[in-house]
Design a protein around this ligand. Structure first.
Ligand code: PAF
Length: 329
């Protein structure tokens, strides 16, 4: 199968690497030239819990360099989804299916609308990965990938993609309740991610702190109440236990929202807590704890973005200035 990974950050690169190892024809589309150059010259190195391997892969920046595909994995951050999907629109028009693998609620529906296509599948993943340097990804944890589609006619292709990922070594299953899968995962993210982002703590450290654990429970309760009022059928009967269990099971992880904060990047708070708050408002459900962490994460993001802008505005010292500043007594 010809597979394109659009927005191959840590998670996308990992899926691309294992699919290529399974014999699929994979092209990674990446925004950062240093990552592209490294992959094309030295291959993609995947380190971490599955061992150390280097995969010979192809990478490019411009989606127009690819004229045909059978499957496109969309693995960008949620706030980049629409632009990224439009940039691979020619591949979907040409017959490819789009598999959205992201955190958060509803991006696959917006993308399907924008592309005017129902050839859209959605997945959630519990794989953890970080980009440790250009051309190098470290797997921090393994977990299940669940795939489904809002469009019943995609049942067969969902099964095919599940088989493809299983052959590549992923723990993957098909779901006919993708809305429930997405909400269940998002409720976990609502409980853990903003707290990690605001405190800098790992999932395990959050779990082990009684006050923070209590806050996880409040956030999960609010999100689960909204989901219940929307008639969403969660995939767990006990979302609090599930969220705390996930925090414990992924205790070494710095969650993805904290990784964004550490990299001075915009977070996915809008597609996670923001969606819960907005849906709650529409239904007259109060979500005070969610609103508080949402406002704090937005504030922290604003501060970090200001700092990173002002940092890039400061011109580096010339070699002469640097030498002078170091030799001044
Ligand atoms: O976003 C994340 O980091 C993950 O979804 C999870 C499950 C919270 C583990 O860190």
């Amino acid at each position: 199968m010809k597979i394109v990974v659009m927005g191959a950050g840590a998670i996308g690169s990992l899926y691309g690497a294992l699919l290529s190892k399974a014999g699929e024809d994979v092209m990674l589309l990446v925004g950062r030239p240093e990552h592209v150059n490294m992959i094309n010259t030295r291959g993609l190195t995947v380190k971490g819990v599955l061992g150390n391997h280097t995969f010979p892969l192809k990478a490019a920046i411009d989606p127009m360099d690819v004229d045909q595909a059978d499957l496109v994995l969309l693995t960008t951050k949620t706030h980049d989804s629409i632009e990224a999907a439009m940039r691979v629109g020619h591949l979907i028009d040409g017959g490819a299916y789009l598999l959205v693998i992201q955190n958060g609620i509803g991006t696959e529906k917006i993308v399907a609308e924008q592309l005017r296509s129902r050839r859209v599948l959605r997945a959630t993943t519990c794989m953890g990965a970080i980009m440790t340097s250009p051309g190098e990804v470290t797997i921090t944890g393994t977990g299940v990938t669940e795939i489904g589609s809002h469009y019943p006619e995609n049942e067969e292709i969902v099964k095919k993609v599940v088989g493809l990922l299983q052959r590549a070594g992923f723990d993957v299953r098909a779901s006919d309740n993708i809305e429930g899968v997405v909400w269940t995962k998002t409720i976990v993210n609502c409980g853990i991610n903003p707290i990690g982002a605001l405190t800098g703590l790992t999932n395990g450290e959050i779990y082990n702190d009684p006050l923070l654990r209590k806050l996880v429970i409040r956030l999960v309760e609010e999100a689960a109440e909204v989901a219940a009022a929307m008639g969403i059928e969660l995939t767990t009967p006990d979302p609090i236990r599930y969220a705390l269990g996930t925090a414990k099971a992924t205790s070494e992880n710095t969650n993805s929202m904290l990784q964004d904060i550490n990299a001075c990047k915009r977070t996915e708070i809008e597609a996670i807590t923001g969606e819960v708050i907005r849906n709650g408002k529409a239904l007259g459900i109060e979500t005070p704890f969610s609103e508080a962490v949402y406002a704090l994460v937005r504030g922290l993001e604003a501060r970090l973005l200001q700092l990173s802008e002002s940092c890039s505005e400061i011109a580096p010292l010339s070699a002469k200035e640097l030498h002078e500043s170091m030799t001044k007594s």
